[in-house]
Design a protein around this ligand. Structure first.
Ligand SMILES: NC(=O)c1ccc[n+]([C@@H]2O[C@H](COP(=O)([O-])OP(=O)(O)OC[C@H]3O[C@@H](n4cnc5c(N)ncnc54)[C@H](OP(=O)(O)O)[C@@H]3O)[C@@H](O)[C@H]2O)c1
Length: 295
């Protein structure tokens, strides 16, 4: 029997690494991104593609003929989106349109808790959306496109995705670990609340959703609801680093361009019930990352 084909966009970002690892043995995977890192995965085929390049996207989809698309590609720099709203819309919304215009199979789309305003999180799937920055608005638009143009879709909203990945530019865990290991003091906000999500656990959930034929909108995140300072402290403890180097700061003091939803995060009971699974405690995920790095 031929293996099912999965086309992964944004495959060499933070989440992509775990997604490739999760799917490469059971599926025929084509991993695509803006550029392919030098130490690329030899486990699957790769392709350079910008999802805003409509013709290239369509040619690739025609040639590879995937059964499933996992769309991870996005402009994820929240302040960058605020600075360049046209580009943010082109990538986060237009890119999705480009794929869906010529793809009829199962479309798995990753969205965010930033579709909410962060006044009373954590949020369930049926909570009212009200994004407060460009990134959140474009991701909400992308969800609407998926729901209106695809006949076979899954949207997973997740939040504060983490792993320690040497290749990834923006990884909170890597930043905290590398800074503390170098004895460098860091300031971390104590007023942004989420339930951070380990990439490996999220990739496994995607696999279970595919196996179980699950469709629709679901929230997925870690089992612990905490603020970012507490997350940094947990990282320090698990990695045996000095948490005294971490001092609190408020989001307001950072003067970031894009407003941040503060009390955000996601309720996960819908997916836990559907798949009969339990979300993973943050210390369990961090200990697994720590052990992997030691080994
Ligand atoms: N990280 C989080 O905390 C978080 C939370 C909730 C939801 N999500 C969602 O999860 C998904 C994966 O996020 P991530 O954490 O893996 O982010 P990431 O590390 O920034 O990965 C996104 C990937 O997409 C690529 N990309 C950007 N523009 C593209 C384009 N025009 N065409 C093709 N690829 C493009 C990026 O390449 P470059 O690096 O070269 O730009 C990057 O490799 C995204 O949809 C994001 O919105 C993430």
């Amino acid at each position: 029997m031929r293996k099912k084909r999965i086309f992964i966009t944004g495959a060499f970002g933070q989440l992509g690494d775990a997604v490739i690892r999760e799917f490469h043995s059971g599926f025929d995977v084509l991993a695509a991104d803006l550029s392919i890192p030098r130490q690329k995965h030899s486990v699957c085929r790769t392709a350079e593609v910008d999802i805003t390049d409509r013709r290239k996207v369509q040619t690739l989809l025609k040639e590879f003929a995937p059964d499933i698309v996992i769309n991870l590609a996005a402009l994820t720099d929240v302040d960058g989106c605020e600075r360049s709203p046209v580009l943010a819309e082109k990538v986060n919304v237009g890119g999705v349109e480009n794929i869906l215009d010529c793809f009829q199979g199962l479309f798995i789309h990753i969205s965010t808790d930033y579709v909410f305003d962060g006044k009373e999180g954590p949020y369930a799937e049926d909570a009212e959306t009200n994004p407060i920055n460009v990134y959140g608005r474009t991701k909400l638009q992308s969800e609407e496109i998926v729901q209106s143009r695809s006949a076979d879709w899954v949207i997973i909203r997740t939040n504060v995705v983490f792993d320690y990945n040497r290749r990834t530019r923006a990884s909170f865990v890597k930043w905290v670990v590398d800074s503390l290991r170098a004895g460098k003091p860091i300031r971390v906000v104590d007023d942004q609340w989420n339930n951070p999500t380990w990439t490996v656990a999220l990739a496994e959930i995607m696999h279970e959703m595919i196996n179980g034929g699950v469709r629709g909108l679901y929230h997925y995140g870690g089992a612990d609801y905490l603020h970012r300072l507490e997350f940094a402290n947990r990282i320090a403890d698990v990695f045996h680093l000095d948490r005294r180097l971490i001092t609190p700061i408020s989001t307001g003091e950072l003067n970031q361009l894009a407003p941040r939803p503060l009390k955000c995060g996601l309720k996960t009971s819908k997916i836990e019930r559907k798949l009969n699974v339990a979300c993973i405690p943050i210390d369990t995920s961090l200990k697994a990352i720590y052990s992997k790095l030691q080994g």
